[in-house]
Design a protein around this ligand. Structure first.
Ligand SMILES: C[S@@+](CC[C@H](N)C(=O)[O-])C[C@H]1O[C@@H](n2cnc3c(N)ncnc32)[C@H](O)[C@@H]1O
Length: 344
C-alpha cells in the first residue's frame, strides 16, 4: 500500500512538464494569442486561422484552457475561446507588454537543444548551433539578421519586468550617467531614463546590434537622453559612467571572463559609482531558485563553461576587484539585481 503522504504527482508534473511546455510554445509559435486578441474564436475558426489539421481541435485549445492559458465560453463545437487577462497582456503580439519573444526562442532553439542535456552533463560541451556549424552562439547570431532580431526580442521579453523594477527600485538620485554594457535593444537604458528624468544613458553593444538599439530608442522617444555606443568588451575599455549595468551578461561567460568584465566595470566607474548586474541570481544556499539553477544549466547547453551564480559569488568576485559595499535587490519573479559600490 502506498503511504498517503507519498504522492508521486510532483514527480509526474516535473517529469511530464514538457507536454505543457511544448503546447504553450506551439501556441506562441502559431500566434494563437495574437489571433484571439482580435476577438473570441470557435475551435473551427482557430483551426482555419492557424492552418491546423482537424485532429488538433478541440484537444489543442482545451489543453491550453486546462493549463489556465485560455478561457472558454460554452461547450462543444460552438464553444468560444478567448485569451486570459495574462495571455492578452503578455502573449498578444499587438500588446506593448508582449514577452513572447523569449518563448519564441525557447520553441525554435532551446526546446531542441535541451533534448541533449544528458550529453551536456556527460561532456560539459555546449549543445546548441555550435554542434552543427562549429560557430559559437553569438558569432552565429550576428551572421543572420533575422536570428539576431529574434534573440534581441527574446532578451527584451525576459528582461522587461526586471528592468522596469530596477528603474523604479534603485535610487538613481546620486547619479547622472549610466552605461548598460551588452545593452541589446537599449531597453534597460530607456526604462531607467523614463523613470528617472535626470539620467543620461548609453547602451553599449557590438556593431550588428546598434541599428536595432537605435530603432528601439527612437520608438521610445528618448533619443535625447539615451545614446548607443559600440563596444567589444573583450577588446575595449567600457565607456565611463556613474552607474555600469550588465543584464544577463556575466552568466554568459566562464569565471575568468566574468572577472575580466568586473574589472572593466570597476575601471569605468568614478569613486562611489555603482556596478549593477541583473540576473536570475541563485540563492546563496543553492536550494530554492530553481529558475536560476536551471538557467545555469541553460548556460551549459549554450556555452559549456558559462554559469549562473549567487549574490555571495558576486560579492566575492567584486571584492577581489576592489568594490567594498554590496546589496541584492529582488526584481521580477526569480530575478534580482546585485549591486557593488566602488569606494567613495
Ligand atoms: C544575453 S544578452 C543580454 C541582453 C540584455 N542586457 C538583457 O539583459 O536583456 C547578451 C548581450 O551581450 C552582447 N555581447 C556579447 N558579446 C559581446 C562583446 N564581446 N562585447 C559587447 N557586447 C557583447 C550581445 O550582443 C547581447 O546583446
Amino acid at each position: 500500500m502506498t503511504e498517503p503522504e507519498l504522492d508521486p504527482s510532483h514527480i509526474m508534473q516535473v517529469g511530464m512538464g514538457f507536454f505543457g511546455s511544448r503546447t504553450l510554445l506551439s501556441a506562441v509559435e502559431l500566434e494563437l494569442f495574437t489571433h484571439l486578441g482580435a476577438g473570441e474564436l470557435t475551435g473551427e475558426q482557430i483551426r482555419e486561422r492557424l492552418g491546423l489539421h482537424p485532429r488538433a481541435i478541440p484537444d489543442f485549445p482545451d489543453s491550453l484552457l486546462a493549463l489556465g492559458l485560455l478561457r472558454r465560453e460554452g461547450e462543444g463545437p460552438k464553444a468560444r475561446y478567448a485569451n486570459t487577462k495574462q495571455t492578452a497582456m503578455f502573449l498578444d503580439k499587438k500588446s506593448p507588454q508582449y514577452i513572447g519573444g523569449i518563448l519564441e526562442m525557447a520553441g525554435s532553439r532551446l526546446y531542441r537543444f535541451w533534448g541533449s542535456l544528458t550529453e551536456a552533463l556527460r561532456t560539459g560541451e555546449p549543445q546548441n548551433e555550435i554542434k552543427e556549424s562549429g560557430e559559437p552562439m553569438f558569432a552565429k547570431l550576428y551572421s543572420a539578421p533575422e536570428r539576431l532580431e529574434q534573440f534581441m526580442n527574446a532578451m527584451a521579453g525576459i528582461s522587461a519586468g526586471n528592468f522596469k523594477a530596477l528603474a523604479e527600485k534603485f535610487d538613481f538620485s546620486p547619479y547622472e550617467t549610466l552605461c548598460d554594457v551588452g545593452g541589446a535593444t537599449g531597453q534597460l537604458s530607456c526604462m531607467v531614463a523614463e523613470a528617472n528624468p535626470h539620467m543620461r544613458c548609453t547602451s553599449a553593444d557590438l556593431p550588428p546590434v546598434e541599428p536595432i538599439a537605435k530603432r528601439y530608442i527612437a520608438q521610445t522617444g528618448l533619443s535625447d537622453r539615451v545614446k548607443t555606443a559600440i563596444v567589444d568588451f573583450f577588446v575595449d575599455p567600457l565607456p565611463k559612467a556613474d552607474v555600469i549595468t550588465m543584464g544577463m551578461i556575466l552568466h554568459d561567460w566562464n569565471l575568468e571572463k566574468k572577472k575580466h568584465l568586473i574589472e572593466l566595470a570597476y575601471d569605468a566607474l568614478p569613486s562611489g559609482g555603482a556596478f549593477i548586474v541583473v540576473e536570475a541570481l541563485i540563492d546563496d544556499a543553492r536550494r530554492e531558485n530553481a529558475f536560476g539553477l536551471l538557467m545555469s544549466l541553460n548556460m551549459l547547453i549554450e556555452f559549456g563553461d558559462a554559469f549562473d551564480y549567487s549574490g555571495a559569488d558576486f560579492k566575492s568576485w567584486c571584492s577581489e576587484a576592489g568594490f567594498t559595499r554590496f546589496e541584492v535587490i529582488p526584481l521580477a519573479g526569480p530575478s534580482s539585481a546585485a549591486v557593488a559600490y566602488k569606494p567613495a
